[in-house]
Write a protein that binds this ligand. Structure first.
Ligand code: ARG
Length: 461
């Protein structure tokens, strides 16, 4: 078992089948630079505790720097016999600085506390790149809202026409969940920035190494309070998987609407040519593939979360090899979002809205019936009665094939003596949205205020 991290107590090396099953370099090599950072910090702790002379420490850092350059330029890669990133890098260090010095670095640490720390470092870094990509989507939504401050569309519940709303209000409603996702990352990072390094295999080490020093060097807030927990807990990884799945679901809900809006039946949006695709057989086609891929990939991120939780659920303390299965799902979720979010942001930024069509459809389907009922309430009619009166007016319109704003004074009077002709003042979509002027409502003045609040929350996140 030449060059491996273990072997002396074995009569033979690992079988090829075991080696194939055990190997993780094809995915954990993504952690190589974090492993090097951990080794730099660990070398400092060894030197501080008197296990490395100043010269040895300097040679160790220089050797690790050489490895880092090799990782970055692609000349250093794991070999076919390396089990994992940790073993591969120890081997490379030994080749670089010699077996005497290279063999000293492993003292007082285990791959268990290493990997638990490295995955946190990876996730903290990528939470920042994913957050930047979310910002691009939020920026695109805010820009579209700003470009259409007064446009009115049919607001829906149950996918049925419900009440008219501002397009900007609707777009901003898709931005808020993304703002909360940014805030989730911020809250999560306080739990993630804790370093298990120094926990060893499970119980800590006898060498008196300073875990505070290592935590500080790695940009973490503090060392883990409990070495068993630090080396074997993965709730921080699962929480990250949840946040990424939530982001994907939030994006997917908007994607679904863009797909609907882009149909001939809705006709609310036109996609930019650069952000849509064609068909290999139907020459006329222009498809919303970005939105569909975003919607589809949400399923994949949900799978990554549930797969990870399933891996964790029966594990006794402390480290078990099952925990090696924590990385691929979150690496995949990160890579997927890093592909989806920029494309989605570009598609949103370049959407063209048919605001005339939206405005034309907004009053249809009796979407101003609530306005009639509330108009009656303002005139002292109890809401239960007002609801009945407005409902009867809808019924009459439906029987005659009319919209609410097409009824005559006689028809109004025939439904209720309360329905005087000036009810018509509330039977416009502009009047309807403008009058919903409470906090969080769809009146243009409130929606503009809301946008300012949205922007300041994004800046604070
Ligand atoms: N590759 C492992 C992981 O990803 C870390 C190595 C721990 N191996 C061990 N036999 N204790 O979790």
């Amino acid at each position: 078992n030449e060059g491996a991290l273990w072997g002396a107590r074995f009569a033979t090396g690992p079988s090829p089948e075991l080696a194939a099953l055990s190997r993780s370099t094809h995915f954990d090599w993504d952690l190589a630079l974090y492993d090097i950072a951990g080794s730099h910090a660990h070398a400092k702790a060894l030197a501080a505790a008197g296990y490395l002379t100043a010269d040895e420490e300097a040679a160790m850092h220089a050797g690790l720097d050489t490895l880092a350059r090799g990782i970055v330029d692609g000349t250093l890669l794991p070999g076919p016999n390396d089990e994992d990133v940790h073993g591969a890098l120890e081997q490379a260090l030994i080749v670089t600085v010699g077996p005497e010095l290279g063999g000293k670095l492993r003292a007082g640490r285990s791959r268990n506390d290493q990997i638990a720390t490295l995955v946190r470092m990876y996730l903290l870094d990528h939470s920042r790149t994913v957050a930047r990509d979310i910002l691009r989507v939020v920026d695109a939504l805010v820009a579209q809202a700003e470009a259409h401050p007064e446009a009115i569309m049919p607001g829906r519940t149950h996918l049925q026409h419900a009440q008219p709303v501002l397009l900007a209000h609707h777009l901003q409603a898709h931005a808020w969940p993304l703002v909360r996702d940014l805030e989730r990352f911020r809250d999560w990072s306080a739990r993630a920035a804790v370093s298990p390094y120094g926990g060893g295999a499970l119980a800590g080490s006898t060498l008196g190494l300073d875990p505070q020093l290592i935590a500080r060097e790695l940009g973490m807030d503090r060392p883990a309070e409990n070495s068993l927990d630090g080396t074997s807990a993965r709730d921080v990884v699962a929480e990250f998987a949840f946040i990424t799945a939530m982001i994907a679901v939030d994006i997917s809900r908007f994607a679904e609407e863009i797909i609907l809006w882009n149909t001939r039946e809705f006709g609310f949006v036109t996609l930019d040519d650069g952000y849509s695709t064609g068909s290999s057989i139907m020459p006329q086609k222009k498809n919303p593939d970005i939105a569909e891929l975003a919607r589809g990939k949400a399923g994949r991120l949900i799978g990554n979360l549930t797969g990870l939780l399933s891996t964790l659920k029966g594990l006794p303390l402390a480290y078990n090899r099952d925990l090696q299965e924590d990385k691929e799902p979150v690496f995949d979720s990160v890579r997927t979002l890093e592909l989806v979010l920029p494309a989605f942001a570009g598609m949103v930024a370049t959407l063209r809205f048919d605001t005339a069509r939206m405005a034309q459809l907004a009053p249809q389907g009796f979407s101003l019936a609530t306005d009639v009922a509330e108009w009656l309430v303002k005139r002292g009619v109890p809401f239960r009665d007002a609801h009945e009166i407005s409902g009867s007016l809808v019924k009459l319109c439906e029987q005659r094939g009319l919209e609410l704003d097409q009824v005559t004074d006689e028809m109004l009077a025939s439904v209720s003596s309360h329905l005087s002709p000036d009810v018509r003042h509330v039977l416009t979509i502009e009047g309807s949205v403008a009058s919903r002027d409470g906090v969080g409502g769809t009146a243009p003045v409130r929606v503009a205020e809301q946008r300012a609040e949205l922007i300041s929350r994004v800046q604070a996140a």
